[in-house]
Structures are given as C-alpha cells and as structure tokens.
Design a protein. Structure first.
Length: 139
C-alpha cells in the first residue's frame, strides 16, 4: 500500500475528539455531527476546522517541538480572533499516539488550508454549514 493510501486510511479511521468543559464529543469524517452543529450554532458560526501542528508531514518530532508548534498555531488563531476548543485526534488502533488539536470555530476553508500548509500538515478536517466533517489533503 502506498504511503498516501496508508495516510488516507489512517485519517478516515481517526476519532476526532472535541474537549469541551465537562463534556467530550467525537466526530468522524463524512458523518453529520449533531454536536458539531450545536457548537456552530452556539458560537454563531457556519464552519470550523480541526487543526494540529503536531508531527509535520507525519514525521515524529519531540514533545517540546510539538508543544511549541501547537502554541504558535494557537497564537495565529487568536490573532485572527478565532475561538478555539481543544481537541485530540485519536488512532483507534493505538499505532499512532494522539495528537493535540484545536477546533477553530468560524475558520474559513481557505484560511484553514493556509494554516495547515504553514504548519506542514498532510491534511486537515473542515466542516461547513452541514456539519459534515471532510478531509482536505494539502499534499
């Protein structure tokens, strides 16, 4: 299996967890998420992006480097006045450790793509007004 095919399969299998205070919900790619829709409505936005700066191009780096990159991503989103909710992408097979992520509420697709590329990610997850998360490959 080609590397791109393995990565695609891994992204499809990933459980995308949103860590709200006192409540956690999980969404999956290509499946409508009522919880995501409710979160969009409560923040008066019609889209969101699930982003990380961890492990650029799926190459493992140190925990310190990951934390610094993730903080830089959070700073970029704050500078854009984008509210964020912490999240984590979890591999259900445990072959990959979970990656800290952010659900950026109201982040337009083009800006999400620009940030994903800036932080050298292979892909990101974006959901529009239908609250159906989709995988966007950046490679």
């Amino acid at each position: 299996m080609r590397r791109a095919d393995r990565l695609h399969a891994a992204y499809l299998a990933t459980h995308y967890k949103v860590l709200l205070p006192g409540k956690i919900f999980t969404f999956r790619l290509a499946h409508h998420s009522p919880q995501l829709q409710t979160l969009h409505q409560s923040h008066r936005v019609n889209c969101s992006a699930f982003l990380t700066a961890w492990n650029p191009f799926s190459e493992t780096i140190s925990a310190q480097e990951n934390r610094l990159a993730q903080q830089a991503l959070l700073n970029d989103l704050h500078n854009l006045n984008i509210p964020c909710v912490p999240g984590i992408g979890v591999d259900p097979t445990s072959q990959w450790p979970g990656e800290e992520s952010l659900l950026a509420l109201g982040l337009p697709r083009d800006v999400a793509i620009r940030l994903g590329k800036k932080y050298r990610q292979n892909a990101l997850v974006w959901a529009g007004s239908d609250s159906v998360p989709e995988l966007i490959f950046l490679m």
